[in-house]
Ligand binder design. Structure first.
Ligand code: NAI
Length: 460
């Protein structure tokens, strides 16, 4: 006989979308069950995605600094060697700390964590192993999984996804990355810094294609200088005998590779959920169909994060989760999907929010654009971080900020004040008249805002 437990809310999937939804619901007084098939909480992001990759990016940056730049700061280190096992252990420790922290918070909030894969029995009941859980509201937060190329299936050894590329036991000699998106350039950078010969093979004519062309051009040049080889406009055709083959028009390309990281996107993960038993429908792209309040086609069933339309980003999933918890609790949840920042965590970083310059021009919107180079920023010069610039796009008539793109060290941190100004409908002048501490790289944001009205102080 299986046991049946009842809750106010069941959340399926404990990634940043699901666990945050569960936390917010518990704060609002709901009795919550959080079902997760992994042994640890935190989902892709904490276990195999955002967090371990950032740990690897940080450690590999230290290695490059020690090897290439310490001496110019008067720091003599003698010979610098890589100890990959320790580097990976450090990354694992970061993950362990964070997933443990999430588990502690779940416990303190009296959330019932159920380990196992949930499958719908009906719109208000799921089974997990031999248990049944029932609730008036169920949130699907099962995330996404790497897309596989049908002619080059993942084998976990040679043809791998990001799940494995955070854990190579030795530095590959020749790593080919298929896909010049966010994962491709981030993990490509990690292994290039650690000594691999890395080639990124991208199908489109440019990498990180959602950014403005000028940002992409400068970013591409910088990472090429760091040693990454970039091959665009190339259609991968297969891998055999240590060679990855591709075509660019009639040109045949071949790249020797002892490892191939396939990073061509992620797909919503809804396998084995039994969605039909609940009456939850998918859209044409196999994402869960939801309305503007993230309600699925089944009564009382909601879906958030990577399983629904929108950017597959942890912070977007978190906002979805908070809003849904608030709606379920009868409160007024709020999400502004137009202001989801995007960040590529390379060195320099790339960050964006809102409309790009190219996008605005293509839509025929009259804009003024202000740019400011980090090369003219005191803090950036002192910190050896002069690559890149801040670009702010404002409405030509009203001066309202429509978007921003930043290429530069800590761009991911710098973008957030622009997101805040935009959230409150701020103009470029509002941002330009806000005091920024000196000397900080954030002054480049203020100067770019001044440059919108051609009034930058530290540039002509
Ligand atoms: P992506 O969508 O960012 O990039 C995939 C790239 O692969 C695209 O440039 C695409 O044109 C290319 N591509 C597709 N098929 C190809 C083929 N057959 N041959 C060569 N190139 C091909 O996807 P990615 O990098 O796999 O990341 C997956 C998801 O994870 C994304 O939604 C991304 O936003 C998210 N993510 C976000 C991060 C961040 O915010 N820093 C970090 C890592 C992942």
């Amino acid at each position: 006989m299986s046991s049946v437990s009842s809750f106010d809310l069941i959340v399926i999937g404990a990634g940043p979308g699901g666990y945050v939804c569960a936390f917010r619901a518990a704060q609002l007084g709901l009795k919550v069950a959080l079902v997760e098939k992994r042994a640890t909480l935190g989902g892709t992001c904490l276990n195999v995605g955002c967090i371990p990759s950032k740990a690897l990016l940080a450690s590999s940056e230290h290695y490059v600094f020690a090897k290439q730049h310490a001496a110019e700061h008067g720091v003599k280190l003698g010979s610098v060697e890589l100890d990959l096992a320790t580097l990976l252990k450090k990354k694992d420790a970061v993950v362990t700390k964070l997933v443990g922290g999430v588990a502690q918070l779940a416990k303190a909030r009296k959330i019932t964590v159920v380990t196992g894969a949930a499958s719908f029995v009906s719109a208000n009941t799921v089974s997990v192993g031999d248990q049944q859980l029932t609730a008036k509201n169920i949130v699907i937060a099962t995330g996404s999984t790497p897309v596989e190329l049908p002619f080059m299936k993942f084998d976990g050894q040679t043809i791998v996804s990001s799940d494995h590329a955070i854990n190579f036991p030795s530095v590959p000699k020749k790593l080919v990355v298929v896909g010049g998106g966010v994962i491709g350039v981030e993990l490509g950078s990690v292994w290039a810094r650690l000594g691999a010969d890395v080639t990124v093979v991208e199908f489109l004519p440019k990498i990180i294609a959602t950014y403005d062309d000028d940002i992409i051009r400068n970013f591409t040049r910088i990472i090429q200088k760091q040693g990454l080889k970039i091959e665009v406009g190339a259609k991968v055709t297969g891998y055999a005998n240590g060679i990855l083959t591709a075509e660019r028009g009639t040109e045949k390309l071949s790249f020797p590779a002892d490892k191939v990281l396939v990073a061509v996107g992620r797909r919503p993960f809804t396998d084995s959920l039994g969605l039909d038993k609940a009456g939850v429908q998918l859209d044409e792209k196999k994402r869960i169909k939801v309305d503007a309040h993230l309600k699925t086609t089944a009564p009382g069933v909601w879906a958030i994060g990577d399983v629904v339309a929108g950017p597959m980003l942890a912070h977007k999933a978190e906002e979805d989760g908070v809003a849904v918890a608030e709606w379920i609790a009868g409160k007024h949840g709020h999400i502004n999907w137009d202001l989801v920042p995007g960040v590529v965590y390379t060195d320099p970083e790339v960050a964006s929010v809102g409309l790009g310059e190219d996008q605005a021009k293509a839509a025929g919107i009259a804009i003024n654009v202000g740019k400011f180079n980090f090369a003219a920023n005191g803090r950036a010069i002192a910190a050896d971080a002069t690559d890149g610039y801040v670009k702010i796009i404002a409405d030509a008539k009203t001066d309202k900020i429509l978007g921003a793109q930043i290429l530069g060290r800590n761009a991911g941190e710098l973008i957030s004040e622009i997101v805040t100004h935009m959230e409150y409908g701020g103009s470029a002048e509002d941002l330009a008249r806000t005091i920024h501490a000196h000397p900080t790289m954030s002054e480049a944001v203020k100067e770019a805002a001044l440059a919108v009205s051609k009034s930058a102080l530290h540039a002509l």
